[in-house]
Design a protein around this ligand. Structure first.
Ligand SMILES: CCC(=O)NCCS(=O)(=O)O
Length: 349
């Protein structure tokens, strides 16, 4: 139980849950993704180093992780500010900014963006995937990792007094590494101390979400206050999806706007289209999970910003919501997904 009980914690301080409004629960406003660079196909080396231009846009959209500059979202604070102003105009209230240690979290920039745009921004505590763990992180005990995470929420992170309002996205690979397992255990322990929301990045395998939840459960985590991200590219089979849903976490479809022929991180995966994502939401609603669904775009590269011909942070509000309504999802269910479910998740217990 903490002093934050009943509140939501933004980078500008605590607010009442009713102030959140429509919320994207998984975005990045500034980060670098160099840890995930994918070497270009033979013959494409030139494209991977070329400046971003209209004539290369299709290649970039299909090969986003092979273009060095595309991975540096942290160079685009001005464009992101413009995007947030549009997001607010489109009816958006809050962004959960999931950048954790390892991919260049920048809390002063988040605070500035929140001040300048009026969008509530909630920052993430903890660590991204193993390849970004420092030697110091790897050597830490679960107890020490827990103390760091708790302190990022209660006192501030990265040498600032800016406090995180969720733990995550906590990064895991497949298979889960020893260092990631310790971070997951620390996450559960910190959650027990704080009563706070947790959000997980699972490894790219259909068994990964279940395995992560088991580790959190064994360490005493509150699964009902935990989000499993990236279900779009993790679990496709409806039977498997229902089995996972029964474990009790929030179910997040957070790659809206990503439409690719080949998913660069796992060629075995057929990345769903936005229409197929909406079908999955409808399926989960029909199965009784409308109180557990969350959605977002997970923007983490330049090419998805409107400045570079991308869909931007307002795509869900402007395009996906009308599509949901046209496919028989009710306004009340849309409001649950965009307002009520995020509010319940983000409020400290
Ligand atoms: C830091 C951004 C991130 O992890 N995004 C997830 C991309 S994917 O693994 O779902 O492709």
């Amino acid at each position: 139980m903490s002093e934050l009980r009943g509140k939501v914690q933004t980078v500008l301080g605590q607010i009442e849950p009713d102030q959140l409004g429509r919320t994207m629960t998984h975005e990045h406003l500034t980060m670098s993704f160099e840890c995930s660079h994918v070497p270009p196909a033979p013959g494409d080396e030139g494209l991977s180093l070329a400046p971003i231009e209209m004539k290369h846009l299709h290649w970039l959209q299909q090969n986003p992780y092979s273009h060095h500059e595309n991975l540096l979202l942290n160079q685009e604070l001005e464009a992101v500010k413009e995007e947030l102003l549009c997001y607010r105009k489109a009816g958006g209230g809050t962004i959960v900014e999931n950048t954790t240690t390892g991919i260049n979290r920048n809390l002063p920039a988040l605070k500035q963006l929140a001040k300048e745009t009026g969008v509530h921004v909630i920052a993430g505590a903890g660590y991204y995937v193993d390849v970004t763990h420092s030697e110091e992180t790897r050597k830490m005990t679960v107890e020490k990792l827990t103390d760091v995470i708790v302190s990022e929420v209660l006192h501030g992170a990265d040498g600032t007094d800016i406090r995180c309002g969720v733990i995550g996205e906590i990064g895991t690979s497949w298979p889960i590494t020893e260092s990631e397992k310790k971070v997951l255990q620390a996450t559960a322990h910190a959650q027990t101390r704080l009563g706070c929301p947790v959000i997980i990045h699972p490894g790219r395998d259909n068994k990964a979400p279940v395995e992560v939840i088991r580790i959190l459960q064994e360490a005493g985590g509150d699964i009902s206050k935990t989000v499993m991200s990236h279900l779009d590219r993790s679990i496709y089979d409806h039977g498997e999806l229902l089995e996972f849903a029964r474990m009790g976490s929030y179910l997040e479809y957070d790659l809206f706007g990503t439409e690719v022929l080949n998913y660069q991180f796992n060629r075995n995966v057929d990345m769903p289209s936005d229409s197929q994502r909406v079908q999955s939401l409808k399926f989960l609603i029909q199965e009784g999970y409308e109180d557990r669904i969350l959605i977002a775009h997970d923007i983490h590269t330049k090419h998805r910003l409107t400045k570079y011909g991308g869909h931007g942070f307002s795509h869900i509000l402007k395009n996906i919501v009308p599509k949901m309504l046209s496919r028989g999802i009710t306004q009340n269910q849309v409001d649950k997904i965009l307002i009520e479910n995020p509010k319940r998740w983000l409020t400290f217990k």
